[in-house]
Design a protein. Structure first.
Length: 219
């Protein structure tokens, strides 16, 4: 995989690597993140002028005086600063996440709404693109859903600063759903219900016109 990145003309995305190697996208992402953690590759976000999810690509670290990147250390430093100096760090993180969630999500055309199923599907696709390995499932017949996040790309930082990182992720989901004008709300995020899984609790709300929510599983 590292040889593939070195031979490429530019950064490669997860899906490109998965197609070229025959791996599942989640497996390809796992190995790409391992290369990043080892300092052999770096993750880049494509600049774009319009809203929507930017393309995330990976490229090899060039040999030379530039040296290894220490983004995890930077994340620890900035998260610690927020947690230690702001009066309401969780709220500030949620607001920031909300703004980014809206920015990374495409808004539907005017007068075109989404069903709960489609909205949760789009949210699941966004979280998949960001590296959370999500799985959505209905938790009852009353419009309640669970979005299981089976891999946190910021797990080590989140374990030390749950209030900041988990609030950021909750805000991101809320911002994305609001941008979609989705008939679904993100009520809360339960961190580490299992050693490697967090669960977002979603609720389908009544749509304009009095239609009752119809629980449907977004797979």
């Amino acid at each position: 995989m590292l040889d593939m990145l070195r031979a490429a003309d530019g950064p490669l995305g997860v899906r490109e690597v998965a197609q070229r190697t025959g791996l599942h996208p989640s497996t390809a992402r796992f190995h790409l993140e391992a290369l990043t953690e080892a300092g052999l590759a770096v993750r880049e976000t494509e600049d774009r002028e319009t809203p929507g999810r930017p393309r995330i690509g990976y490229r090899p670290v060039a040999d030379g005086p530039a040296g290894r990147r220490r983004y995890r250390l930077l994340a620890e430093m900035l998260t610690g600063l927020i947690a230690g100096t702001m009066p309401a760090p969780g709220k500030a993180a949620e607001v920031a996440g909300h703004e980014w969630g809206a920015y990374l999500t495409e808004q539907p055309p005017p007068y075109q709404g989404l069903s709960a199923e489609k909205a949760i599907g789009k949210l699941t696709a966004l979280m998949e693109e960001l590296g959370f390995s999500p799985q959505a499932e209905a938790s009852g017949s009353d419009g309640q859903y669970r979005l299981c996040l089976r891999q946190c790309p910021f797990r080590e930082v989140a374990e030390r600063h749950q209030d900041v990182i988990c609030s950021l992720h909750l805000g991101l989901m809320r911002g994305a759903l609001e941008r979609m004008r989705a008939p679904v709300t993100a009520d809360r995020l339960d961190p580490f219900v299992e050693p490697s899984m967090c669960v977002a609790r979603l609720t389908e709300r009544e749509e304009p016109g009095g239609r009752e929510p119809a629980a449907a599983v977004a797979r």
